[in-house]
Design a protein. Structure first.
Length: 271
């Protein structure tokens, strides 16, 4: 491990930190996060894999092949632990954790959640003035919210002089709409300092229409702002930073930076 420290670039260290926080990314997601070129990404990722800094896995599929899912390798996990002053993990323990992740029933959800935030990061790389100022994983969100609610992620999106903090709920269409809407009860119980807009990222426009119909029937708890967007619609409309968000009770769509910010004055957020 000591020999590897002098060979790591700043971008390598960024990758290690991101994988430590968010567990896994696909090759394409890492391209958007840190490289910008598929060729450069593959060359460097393969080099880091050969040196046990990164590990990877993918499942069999036909036709074609599934994109690699990248994780920390034994050396990368040891570097992260050393930086914290923690006990260095055994290589076998790191491999076991990767195997458990590869077989986890929530893997697809994790990849989708990370993909949402990666899309915002990629947008910011090509749009001066835009920035994903904060990105928390589910565990960090639980620390902030206690047992009241379990967001999939939290971010602060800054663009055009506005900063909008939000809670992210990523839906794969596997839960009933009643259960999806039921999550809002927990958000209503959060203290005012955490009363950020709740964003539902849905797989299809049809699912979004059905969710809004359910919200009209069930009602939105007082003090909770809800906005929705569909991945299939956003893919053709500029991604999650674009004017793809529909707030409950409003027919028009707004950009992510156009959603209400705490205090309602649109001033840069510094919480």
């Amino acid at each position: 491990m000591a020999a590897e420290l002098g060979r790591l670039t700043p971008r390598d260290r960024l990758l290690l930190d991101l994988l430590d926080q968010h567990r896994t990314f696909t090759t394409d997601q890492l391209v958007d996060l840190a490289f910008g070129s598929v060729g450069r990404a593959r060359n460097r990722l393969n080099t880091l894999h050969d040196r046990d800094i990164l590990d990877r896995f993918r499942h069999y599929q036909r036709p074609g092949s599934q994109a690699w899912r990248w994780t920390l390798g034994p050396v990368g996990a040891a570097i992260i632990a050393a930086g914290r002053g923690d006990t260095l993990p055994r290589p076998a323990a790191v491999r076991d954790a990767t195997a458990r992740l590869a077989m986890s029933p929530t893997l697809a959800h994790l990849v989708t959640v990370n993909g949402f935030f990666v899309a915002l990061t990629a947008h910011a790389r090509t749009h001066p003035g835009a920035r994903l100022a904060r990105w928390w994983n589910e565990a960090r969100c639980r620390e902030a919210c206690g047992n009241l609610v379990r967001p999939d992620g939290h971010g602060v999106w800054s663009d055009g002089g506005r900063a909008v903090p939000f809670w992210g709920e990523v839906d794969l269409g596997s839960e009933t709409l009643s259960r999806v809407v039921g999550k809002l009860t927990g958000y209503a119980a959060l203290p005012p300092r955490l009363a950020y807009p709740v964003l539902f990222w849905l797989p299809t426009a049809a699912r979004e229409v059905n969710l809004h119909a359910h919200l009209r029937r069930a009602g939105v708890p007082d003090g909770v702002t809800v906005a929705t967007a569909a991945a299939d619609h956003a893919a053709a409309s500029g991604g999650p930073a674009a004017a793809v968000w529909r707030m409950t009770g409003h027919p028009d769509r707004v950009s992510l930076a156009g959603l209400p910010a705490p205090g309602g004055d649109g001033a840069p957020w510094d919480g």
